[in-house]
Ligand binder design. Structure first.
Ligand code: SF4
Length: 475
């Protein structure tokens, strides 16, 4: 397992929740994504049918992962690729860094890849005296700031164009501007010079087609295509779950991925990579390696509830709708995978240090509703909570939270007795009546004051009908 996450989730989320400026930036970017998504979804009547197809194909692929990986490996070999199966992050890092050293590489160009973030490849390159350069604009920006991505699709979502303007002035000594076109042109010009001299490239993989041994990389800037085709040596890294059976399956995923990820009908570049340069071809890498990473994914596969999370196509939409993510941003999670899907995969990839993340959810279900491959995220979060609480090694909670947890346990005991609950509800409604205004309580005594510090509490109503069990929505 990789060493991530670092630091304390409670401290970082407490600090982030006070950061109004961060929340403004997150709200603005997430809302923009969701508005675009609503438009492209409305224009595409087959959207729900494509979601169903993608869900079916992915679920089937995960159920036959072993066979598909064998088929993919055979095809990759036949296409002239070298394939390395990495059981964990350390093996993957070592393979890639040793290869770069053997090739005499001093600089590596990288297309966007959350998997390389997961295995902490950049620090390993630096320790070996090799300079890794992120070429996706968002990744390039966060690398200049010495930080990691804060979103799996839009790595610099926590920054405004003004922040980026100041960063470029500070780093490059250029005149300050916050015009996105000028900032993009500046980065492009600098990266173009690096591409022309790089002899080692790395990208992630969105889909790997078992039938043909073709790797699919989708992106918007062309940097993935340049990273995979210009250097003499190219490494593609993918998790074992990225494999799908047939080329014909791909269109279903392409129809939904760009729509939910960025609100586009299709990404600008969709590269089909089918091996190194062949005789007579003028471009492409002379050598191509594919690193297929497990790093805890097999353990997810073995869990009948958790395995559904392997369907994820990393569109990032569940982050955009999550009320927790929108409040604290990605860095507060202290994991390379933040948000709802990050709260599921992180404990399995990084161990107990990320064990608190499944509790960082309101279980509102917005993530389930938007997920293009129909992953029941709240259900998996509840499953992980149960495992973290009742499992062999229950989580140790900070002392400050023990009081709240003890209170919740007491409430759970009382909630088993509906009559008592109804009686207490009526009592509370009477007692709180003088403090209510327009059906809400604006201030409650401690320990409930933490709630009313940020929002009003609906006044308990003495005659409110309890929902019938059939009306209770399944998470
Ligand atoms: S869980 Fe679903 S919504 Fe979230 S990143 Fe994965 S595919 Fe997208």
């Amino acid at each position: 397992m990789a060493a991530s996450p670092k630091g304390d989730f409670f401290d970082s989320s407490r600090a982030a929740v006070q950061d109004r400026e961060l929340q403004r930036k997150l709200e603005s970017a997430s809302t923009r994504h969701l508005d675009h998504f609503a438009i492209v979804k409305a224009e595409f009547p087959l959207y729900e049918a494509e979601k169903d197809a993608a869900h079916r194909i992915k679920t089937d692929a995960i159920a036959h992962l072993d066979e598909l990986l064998i088929q993919l490996t055979d095809k990759l070999h036949a296409n002239g690729c070298k394939v390395f199966f990495a059981e964990n992050a350390e093996q993957a890092r070592k393979y890639i860094v040793d290869l770069a050293k053997a090739k005499g590489a001093t600089r590596v160009v990288k297309g966007k890849s959350m998997t390389t973030e997961e295995i902490e490849l950049n620090p390993a390159f630096k320790a070996a005296g090799i300079d890794p350069v992120e070429t996706d604009l968002g990744e390039y920006i966060v690398q200049l700031r010495g930080e990691g991505p804060s979103h799996i699709i839009t790595p610099a979502i926590h920054l405004s164009k003004e922040d980026i303007g100041h960063l470029f002035t500070e780093q490059f000594g250029i005149e300050y501007t916050s015009e996105p076109e000028k900032l993009t042109a500046e980065a492009r010009q600098r990266l173009r010079a690096i591409f022309l001299t790089a002899d080692f490239g790395i990208t992630g993989v969105n889909f790997a087609i078992a039938e043909t041994g073709t790797l699919i990389v989708v992106e918007n800037e062309g940097n993935g295509r340049l990273s995979s085709s210009m250097p003499d040596t190219f490494v593609a890294i993918m998790g074992i779950e990225k494999v799908i059976p047939r080329l014909a399956d791909l269109s279903h995923f392409l129809e939904i991925l760009a729509r939910t990820a960025t609100g586009q009908k299709l990404t600008t570049y969709t590269s089909f990579i089918s091996g190194p340069r062949r005789e007579g071809e003028l471009d492409g890498p002379r050598e191509m390696h594919v690193v297929i990473l497990d790093n805890g994914r097999s353990a997810m596969l073995a869990d009948p509830v958790l395995r559904e999370a392997l369907n994820c196509i990393r569109c990032g939409a569940c982050l955009n709708v999550c009320p927790i993510y929108r409040r604290i941003g990605g860095h507060a999670y202290k994991s390379v995978y933040p948000g709802p899907i990050g709260s599921i995969v992180s404990p399995n990839l990084f161990g107990s240090a990320a064990g608190y993340l499944p509790f960082a959810s309101t279980l509102c279900g917005a993530c389930k509703d938007i997920c293009p491959v129909k992953i029941n995220i709240p259900r998996i979060l509840l499953h992980l909570r149960w495992k973290e609480t009742e499992g062999e090694r229950p989580l140790k909670w900070p002392a400050a939270l023990e009081g709240a947890r003890a209170g919740a346990r007491r409430f759970a005991g009382i909630a088993r007795h509906p009559r008592t609950i109804r009686m207490l509800g009526r009592l509370a409604a009477q007692m709180l009546k003088p403090f209510a205004h327009n059906g809400y309580l604006r201030r409650m005594p401690s320990p409930f004051s933490n709630w009313t510090k940020y929002r009003n509490f609906p006044r308990p109503h003495p005659h409110k009908r309890r929902p019938a069990s059939s009306e209770v929505r399944e998470p």
